[in-house]
Design a protein around this ligand. Structure first.
Ligand SMILES: Cc1cc2nc3c(=O)[nH]c(=O)nc-3n(C[C@H](O)[C@H](O)[C@H](O)COP(=O)(O)OP(=O)(O)OC[C@H]3O[C@@H](n4cnc5c(N)ncnc54)[C@H](O)[C@@H]3O)c2cc1C
Length: 296
């Protein structure tokens, strides 16, 4: 028996809608996420039931209050990684871990790119977005993780399974991680550099990275982990079928992996609040059915 029945990643319209349906059905439901982009000051003029415009902030606050009324546990924590395990999934956040029977991905879309000129030329030839997928190919090699947050720190720590030669490069951003993560990096001898990588070099595969000050370093692998982990990152590590940066889900919001559902902008259909809310409801319905079938 898992400690959570349905775990939802994302606190936007899709995630909150899924949370309302799952909580109201009596499921032990946990939602992780904060600061949805829709929660800004911009007005929404086309959402059903609001003849006067409503701000995104108010709509999200109302949705969150409604989910809480149905007993959903909500925490403003970023999810760093999701791994399949016996009978479900283990979800790692910046503050801990949870075991769940089913997952609803409702992360929206926002992959932050690091601004490296010819990055795409080396994708699959040294550049990767997924340690669980490609860490193995870097056994004992010299690798860099590009990013400034807990996602990057966690990817760097996961790389230690394969190699001790790991450096985090923040692209001139301030490292934005908790003291606990900083201590873990220090204890593992993972250097953090604030320089900016501007381009990559190598015949056939990555051999060198070039910094904005003209200096260079040898590198065998470069893992991109800017901002927070998003749908594409979870999809890559779990082996979900993708359509570009979006996750493939059927009309029940079911992905190719049993127990993993996806809803809202991360599925990439009609990116609107009404669609996200509808898909969130459907994802919850499917997840509820799945959990009951599993006896979880
Ligand atoms: C400027 C602007 C104006 C818009 N105006 C309208 C409009 O008027 N009407 C309309 O219908 N739509 C509008 N949209 C589109 C609408 O905002 C989206 O379609 C909708 O928000 C999608 O909802 P979602 O829940 O799928 O994703 P999002 O709203 O993007 O929410 C995703 C959530 O997941 C969280 N998340 C992501 N990764 C993680 C992680 N690793 N761990 C924890 N949490 C994570 C994010 O922080 C966020 O809280 C607008 C969008 C923009 C940008």
């Amino acid at each position: 028996m898992k400690n959570v029945q349905i775990l939802i990643v994302g606190q936007g319209p899709a995630g909150l809608s899924a949370a309302i349906y799952a909580g109201r059905a009596g499921m032990n439901t946990q939602l992780f996420g904060c600061d949805p982009k829709v929660a800004g000051d911009y007005t929404i003029d086309n959402y059903f039931g609001f003849p006067e415009p409503i701000t995104g902030k108010e709509l999200i606050e109302r949705g969150a209050a409604q989910a809480e009324r149905f007993g959903v546990a909500m925490r403003c924590e970023r999810v760093l990684a999701i791994h399949a395990e016996e009978g479900g999934y283990r979800v790692k956040t910046e503050a801990g871990e949870a075991d769940t029977c089913a997952v609803v991905l409702a992360t929206g879309v926002s992959r932050v790119q690091p601004g490296i000129k010819n990055l795409s030329d080396y994708e699959g030839r040294g550049v990767s977005y997924c340690v669980s997928c490609d860490g193995f190919f870097n056994r004992g090699k010299k690798v860099f993780v590009v990013g400034e947050g807990v996602f990057a720190a966690n990817q760097a720590l996961e790389l230690l399974t394969y190699t001790p030669h790991v450096t985090v490069c923040t692209q001139e951003k301030q490292m934005d991680i908790s003291p606990v993560f900083m201590q873990q990096l220090e204890a593992a001898d993972i250097a953090v550099m604030k320089k900016k990588i501007v381009s990559l070099e190598g015949d056939g595969g990555l051999e060198q990275i070039v910094f904005s000050d003209g200096s260079r370093e040898n590198a065998d692998g470069l893992f991109v982990a800017m901002g927070q982990a998003g749908a594409a990152d979870f999809a890559a590590s779990l082996g979900l079928v993708q359509n570009g940066q979006f996750i493939e889900a059927d009309h029940r919001q079911q992905t190719n992996l049993p127990g993993v559902f996806a809803a809202g902008d991360c599925v990439g259909r009609f990116m609107q609040i009404s669609v996200a809310v509808g898909e969130g409801a459907m994802a919850a319905r499917s997840a509820i059915g799945y959990v009951k079938k599993q006896g979880g």
